[in-house]
Design a protein around this ligand. Structure first.
Ligand code: AMP
Ligand code: MN
Ligand code: MN
Length: 328
């Protein structure tokens, strides 16, 4: 089934001359790694492939600032109508909220690994058993008979290592390690990626983390571990929204936690009064994507998120009630 889907996507890519690649807003390592990896692959095949990210995504999160995505477009290309549009790592089309990609007549290829993917493309390869979208791009490299170059391998390795939580989440299986081995053979450096992505934190991140850890709260006998970051926390530490990445993972490491929750104020002027909620499930007992979907978001069973206008106490009540229901 998925094999056939992958072949269909490979056929689409093979027969397109002009393409536009994009990924979800607030791009993470898998989003950017897949985007860059597929871009390099298509360029190797001689295609006119462009990448698109909205202007407000810049600057990119600190850990990805070194990624060579020069030339990425921030506005629709004039020849958009001639381009095959490829969405990467997007569970639904609203994950890239720009209108021009919804125009009539645009042909969409959807490459993703979210189990709740809405299959919004004309052609879709959706494989929830893939550890990351970068894994699907890696399979496309083979399917298209391309050469895995060092820059491609490094981009895909970043997607793999971030989406698997450095090979420690439940989506880490033998295939993730086989992919890693092949990427390393092709030139990806685990040490260099680790230094760039995980060990070059701007100091403001540690200050923001300290604030988050200082006010951790636990509910329901420790089943829910949560914290909150206010607009003031960001302003006073000089942090931007991407600097809160990873804080929720500290909460999931607390013994007894079934679900970790980070609530943070959104900073953009047009999002004042809205909060972003990140949910992480610890042991497979709770499907956090169900909770996120019920509140207008989505994600994976183990990692999901949503944006809400609910006040923090009220939204925590909702999350607690849903976690309680799922745990019986
Ligand atoms: P985050 O908590 O932002 O790191 O997001 C965790 C995962 O949840 C992401 O990898 C996405 O798959 C998903 N996700 C986050 N926010 C949303 C949203 N607003 N809509 C759909 N999926 C989301
Ligand atoms: Mn992602
Ligand atoms: Mn992903």
């Amino acid at each position: 089934m998925v094999g056939t889907e992958l072949e269909q996507v490979a056929d689409e890519l093979r027969s397109a001359d002009k393409l536009l690649l994009t990924t979800h807003e607030n791009p993470d390592g898998d989003a950017l790694g897949s985007l860059l990896g597929l871009h390099l692959l298509l360029r190797q095949l001689g295609k006119d492939a462009a990448m698109f990210l909205a202007a407000d995504e810049f600057p990119l999160p600190h850990e990805y600032r070194h990624l060579p995505i020069d030339g990425v477009l921030n506005a629709p290309p004039t020849d958009l109508a001639e381009r095959l549009v490829v969405f990467l790592d997007c569970g639904n089309i609203d994950r890239m909220p720009v209108d021009f990609l919804r125009a009539d007549g645009i042909r969409i290829v959807n490459v993703d690994h979210h189990h709740d993917n809405t299959r919004f493309g004309e052609v879709n390869v959706v494989d929830p058993s893939a550890s990351c979208t970068a894994e699907l791009v890696w399979r496309l490299v083979h399917e298209l008979g391309a050469e895995l170059t060092p820059p491609m391998a490094e981009a895909l390795y970043i997607g793999l290592v971030t989406d698997t939580g450095r090979f420690m989440y439940r989506n880490t299986g033998p295939e993730a390690h086989r992919m890693a081995a092949e990427l390393i053979e092709a030139g990806a450096s685990p040490h260099a990626v680790n230094r760039q992505v995980f060990e070059s934190l701007p100091f403001r991140r540690i200050e923001l983390l300290a604030r988050g850890l200082q006010r951790v709260q636990r509910f329901d006998d420790g089943a829910i571990t949560t914290t909150y970051l206010s607009r003031d926390d960001f302003v006073e530490t000089g942090a931007d929204e991407t600097d809160s990445e990873g804080i929720v993972d500290h909460l999931r490491s607390v013994e007894g936690t079934a679900v970790a929750v980070l609530v943070r104020d959104l900073l953009a002027e047009d999002r004042a009064g809205l909060r972003k909620v990140s949910l992480r499930a610890v042991d497979g007992e709770v499907d956090v994507s169900r909770i996120a979907r019920g509140l207008g978001g989505g994600g994976h069973t183990q990692a999901a998120g949503f944006t809400t206008a609910l006040e923090t106490p009220e939204l925590l009540e909702r999350v607690r009630a849903e976690v309680g229901e799922q745990r019986g």
